[in-house]
Design a protein around this ligand. Sequence first.
Ligand SMILES: CC(C)(COP(=O)(O)OP(=O)(O)OC[C@H]1O[C@@H](n2cnc3c(N)ncnc32)[C@H](O)[C@@H]1OP(=O)(O)O)[C@@H](O)C(=O)NCCC(=O)NCCS
Length: 214
Amino acid sequence: MKIAIIGQGGHSKVVRDVIKAMGDAEIVGCLDDKFSAEFFHEQIMYGPVDSAIRISEDFPEVKFFVAVGNNRVRKQIVERLGFPEEFYATLIHPTAQVSADSMIGPGSVVMPCVVVNSDALLGAHVIINTCSVVEHDSKIEDFVHISPNATLTGNVTVREGAQVGASATVIPGREIGEWAMVGAGATVIHNIPANSTAVGVPAIVKIREVTGGV
Ligand SMILES: CC(C)(COP(=O)(O)OP(=O)(O)OC[C@H]1O[C@@H](n2cnc3c(N)ncnc32)[C@H](O)[C@@H]1OP(=O)(O)O)[C@@H](O)C(=O)NCCC(=O)NCCS
């Protein structure tokens, strides 16, 4: 599989390592609006984000991956490109344990040492970060970020664009609302409303505004 990575920040470095570890994938393009023009270096094409449109027309075999950690910015880029979902690669690190009875959407990445258990449903452009656990029957909508070492116990729902912070835990059956942020180390025992930030053990809503997540 040939892949063009969109975004050249910190998250993209980790995504690049996942692609290398997969063994059957090759990076052919690195796109970011910090590049004003297209150029080649060591057989990889560099250029602005909109070069993706030309690449998709000239090289239909190339898949794309938006490797931007910020959930809102990731969504903006996906909307701007307007590609059908089959244009995007799904990346799974070989050390991840992913149940055959789970589903992972296009443009999503499953990082090293993650566990995704039975009947978990993961949407598009989702980040399941290093060593996190998505237990059985959990539902993760598009543009979500489950941060390193976070645990979603069984039957948890995470709505679009929300972020569960590093080492946070969500107990069974709870829901994290759209674009909500769960702070690092929190333990969620109640549903978290959309667009709010919840922190602590147990997690309480601290900030009722959108943070966007990082
Ligand atoms: C929750 C979070 C988003 C809040 O960030 P913020 O909006 O900049 O908020 P502030 O740092 O101004 O803190 C606001 C208040 O919440 C408290 N707070 C912030 N994060 C907290 C956390 N994780 N746990 C407990 N309390 C926290 C602060 O102490 C402060 O309390 P105060 O008002 O009593 O002084 C951030 O602290 C956090 O935990 N981010 C997780 C990042 C992460 O895991 N990233 C993974 C990248 S791969």
